[in-house]
Write a protein of this length. Sequence first.
Length: 160
Amino acid sequence: MRRSPSSPRRRGRALTWCVRGAFAAVLAVNVACALQFAFAPASSMGAYGLSGTAGEAACRGMGVAFLMWNATYPPFVASPTRFPVLGWVILAQQAIGLAGEAAILAALPAQAGPLPGSILRFIAFDGAGLVVMALTFGLLVAFRARNPEALGEEGEKPAE
């Protein structure tokens, strides 16, 4: 029997791919940023008022922290329906990062040089990423709740 294009399984697959795309896009930008900080720290130091050996070490440390932060993404991108708890963890990490960046920005003195602009770029990206990831993942979670008979993208039953 042939399934209609609007079958729950097909809609579930489409939503799963939207989630993968959203989370993979954020992962790609995060990793690119992490690699730049870790392997080319001089290109980022000035935006944070850093210089010398200590500035390089601080930027490299930020790069390592970015890479650690993104360790949850690959298994989730590979199988969002198998590892839904990782989706919630990633969204929590993103929200914590966004709140922290906003708090850092709010605490800066008026004469903070280029630092506010650098932090605003992180806030803009992290805010947009959070919205897109939360929207797609929220739609998938809601779909799965309404369609428990729909199977995961690889034919497995989604984790409950």
